[in-house]
Design a protein around this ligand. Structure first.
Ligand code: F1P
Length: 289
C-alpha cells in the first residue's frame, strides 16, 4: 500500500496543481498574517508551507506544533493541516483559536471533526491514503501551495515520474544511520524524510538545518552514515561531512522529488531489516485521545 501510494505521486501532484487556485485562498489570502499548525508529518508540512508562503510575499507566516501551541501573538487566520481530520491535538488547537481569527483546514477527508470545526475547508480527497505512514498527502499539500504561490511544478512532476521508474541509486545495506539536512522550506522536508525512516524502518535517523549539522551532531557521523542534503548543493559542507567517512548524497532534483526518493529509501531500509512499511510498529493512522 505504502509503495503504491508513493508511486502514485506524479498523478496526485497533477491533481494538486489543478486545485491550486482554490487552495491558495484557504492557505491565507495575500496580506493576511497566518499561523499554520499540524502534528507529526503535518507539522513538518506546516513548517515548509510557512516559509514558502512568506517567501512568496503572501504575508507573515508562522508554523507551530498543534500539540504545543497556545494563543499569544495575533493572527488573521489559523490554518490546520491533518490528513485524517481526526487528530485530537489539532482539534484542541482549533478550540483555542481566539474569537475573530478565521480558521482553515486542509484535510484528506470531508466531514471529519477537524473539517467541521474550521470556517473554511480544503479537502484533498484524491491525495488521501490508506497507509499509516504518510507519503502523498504531505507532498500534495506542498505542490498545491507552491503552484498557488506562482511556481510551475510540471517539470518537477516529470522528474518524479522518471525517478520512480529507475531503481533507487543507494545500497541500503551499507548504512545504519540516516541524516537529512535542509535549508529554508526544505528543512521541513528533511524532518519529514527522517520521520519516514523512523516510522517505516525503525532505523536511526536525524534531521538538521544544513549548516547546523557541523555544530555538534556531526560528531556521530561515520562510515555507516548516509547524509542527504535537500535543496541546493553545498560543496564546502559536503567536504566537511565526507571527512568523517560518511557518504553524502545530493541529487539535482526538485526537493519534493528528493523527498519521494527518501520515502522509497525508508521502504527499502524496512525491507532490508525484514520489516513491512505497511505495518509500522507502535503507530496508528492518527492519534485520537
Ligand atoms: C498526523 C500523524 C501522522 C503520523 C501518525 C500519527 O496525522 O502524526 O503524521 O504518521 O500516523 O498522526 P494527521 O493529523 O495528518 O492525520
Amino acid at each position: 500500500t505504502t509503495e503504491r501510494e508513493i508511486r502514485s505521486q506524479p498523478e496526485v501532484w497533477a491533481r494538486a496543481a489543478a486545485a491550486a487556485a482554490d487552495g491558495a485562498q484557504v492557505l491565507g489570502r495575500p496580506g493576511e498574517r497566518v499561523l499554520v499548525l499540524g502534528c507529526g508529518t503535518s507539522a513538518f508540512v506546516a513548517e515548509s508551507l510557512a516559509v514558502l508562503r512568506e517567501r512568496a510575499g503572501q504575508g507573515e507566516t508562522d508554523a507551530a506544533y498543534a500539540s504545543e501551541w497556545t494563543p499569544g501573538r495575533g493572527y488573521d487566520r489559523v490554518v490546520v493541516i491533518s490528513r485524517s481530520g481526526t487528530t485530537s491535538e489539532v482539534l484542541e488547537a482549533l478550540g483555542k483559536v481566539p474569537e475573530g481569527t478565521r480558521t482553515s483546514a486542509v484535510v484528506g477527508v470531508a466531514g471529519t471533526p477537524v473539517a467541521e470545526a474550521a470556517d473554511e475547508v480544503l479537502v484533498l480527497d484524491f491525495a488521501d491514503e490508506e497507509s499509516v505512514v504518510q507519503t502523498r498527502f504531505p507532498t500534495a499539500v506542498l505542490v498545491l501551495a507552491r503552484t498557488g504561490f506562482g511556481e510551475d511544478l510540471t517539470a518537477a512532476t516529470e522528474q518524479a515520474r522518471a525517478a520512480l521508474d529507475a531503481p533507487l541509486p543507494v545500497d541500503v545495506t551499507a548504512f545504519e544511520h540516516f541524516v537529512f539536512l535542509g535549508r529554508t522550506w526544505t528543512y521541513g522536508l528533511a524532518q519529514e524524510a527522517a520521520l519516514k525512516i523512523r516510522e517505516a524502518a525503525q532505523a536511526w535517523s536525524e534531521s538538521y538545518p544544513a549548516l547546523d549539522y557541523r555544530h555538534g551532531p556531526v560528531a556521530v557521523a561515520g562510515e555507516r552514515s548516509l547524509v542527504t542534503l535537500f535543496g541546493d548543493a553545498d560543496p564546502v559542507l559536503t567536504a566537511d561531512i565526507e571527512r568523517t567517512g560518511a557518504t553524502v548524497r545530493h541529487d539535482d532534483l526538485d526537493p519534493l522529488v528528493q523527498l519521494v526518493q527518501a520515502q522509497r529509501l525508508a521502504v527499502e531500509v524496512a525491507r532490508s531489516r525484514g520489516l513491512d512499511a505497511d505495518t509500522p510498529r507502535h503507530l496508528t493512522r492518527s492519534v485520537v485521545l
